[in-house]
Design a protein around this ligand. Structure first.
Ligand code: G3H
Ligand code: 13P
Ligand code: ZN
Length: 331
């Protein structure tokens, strides 16, 4: 089957009360690892590419690799999603490449640091919806900025999502999905010490805006055994800390349906490659370390798919096409 619109996958997750993992990709090994995990778990899956991934892969390679993934897994519900698009040009580029979902992250200005005003975020996100929906393509927006709860209290730039603003944002933009800021952040250093999240906000936003699907960014758990392996074999990731899987499961029970994971698969690959270099310095065939790295990514993704509850749900429903979605949006 062709790739499916993200709205369908998240609406089904809402009905089933589970979360769907959205895993970042840049290359063949990552895509293969994710596909193997989803296939074995019989789970719908969201594969996402950032602007950096599009640049790295020179656009066409990622598109063709995803076509191969679909051809190899004709029965899987696969979404191809643009992660953190920040202008309408990249949204259009993703649509032209065949993505079935796009994120317009209007939470920050073009510098990627300064929080954007609510009005400006509404304006650019609404324009992304006007651009994408006529193609049947799903749109995710973001309100609030990522960063720890502690930083929020210390009044730095991290701003948690205000539930009432989220309702207005969803109404005024028409987004299908909303990334909410509840104290997570991107990368491997999410908390200075004990993880602290504002998961109660998910419950409130879900109650006030039941038709929007809620997304949790910065959801890597940063497994300590993998961090220790990185450090043991010559790496330097002191005090790396992530979101406990149990906290994500709690957020899923409160309404999170899409869970973004990138850092965990990066650490899995790095730990494996460092170990192989250390154990056998004579290795120089990339297949001898990229193959095991792919295996390590697969294991992390499989564990997350199972933990998020989407395993076994691939065949719960028939696929929708972008044409189906066009008609739904037109109504
Ligand atoms: O949200 C960020 C993702 O981890 C993508 O990271 O921009 O380095 O590809 P990237
Ligand atoms: P992590 O850095 O926690 O993996 O988050 C990834 C993400 O949110 C991608 O959009
Ligand atoms: Zn993100």
């Amino acid at each position: 089957m062709p790739m499916v619109p993200m709205k369908q996958v998240l609406d089904e997750a809402e009905k089933g009360g589970y979360g769907v993992g959205a895993f970042n990709v840049n290359n063949m090994e990552q895509i293969q690892a994710i596909m193997r995990a989803a296939r074995e778990a019989n789970s719908p899956v969201i594969v996402q590419a950032s602007r950096g991934a599009l640049r790295y892969s020179n656009l066409i390679y990622l598109k063709k690799l995803m076509e191969a993934a679909v051809e190899e897994n004709p029965d899987l519900k696969i979404v191809l999603h643009l992660d953190h698009g920040n202008d309408l040009e990249v949204v259009q580029q993703a649509i032209d490449l065949g993505f079935t979902s796009v994120m317009l992250d209007g939470s920050l200005e073009a510098d990627g640091k300064t929080p954007r005003s609510f009005e400006s975020n509404v304006d650019i996100t609404r324009r992304a919806v006007e651009l994408a929906h006529p193609y049947g393509v799903t749109v995710e927006g973001e309100l609030g900025t990522l960063g720890g709860v502690e930083e929020h209290v210390a009044a730095s730039v991290a701003i948690l999502t205000e539930p009432e603003e989220a309702v207005q944002f969803i109404e005024q933009t028409g987004v299908d999905a909303l990334a909410v800021a509840i104290g997570t952040s991107h990368g491997a250093y999410k908390f200075k010490d004990v993880p602290k999240l504002a998961i109660d906000r998910v419950e409130t936003i879900h109650r006030l805006a039941p038709h929007a699907r809620l997304v949790m960014h910065g959801s890597s758990s940063v497994p300590q055994d993998l961090v220790e392996a990185v450090n043991r074999y010559g790496g330097a990731m002191p005090n790396a800390r992530g979101v406990p899987v149990e906290a994500i499961q709690d957020a899923i029970t409160k309404g999170i349906r899409k869970i973004n994971v990138d850092t965990d698969t990066r650490i899995a690959a790095t730990a494996t490659i460092r170990r192989i270099y250390h154990e056998d310095p004579s290795v120089f065939d990339p297949r001898e370390y990229l193959g095991p790295a792919r295996e390590a990514i697969y294991k992390v993704v499989k564990a997350r798919i199972e933990a998020f509850g989407s395993a076994g749900h691939n065949d719960d429903y028939g696929p929708k096409t972008l044409d189906d979605m066009k008609r739904e949006y037109a109504r």
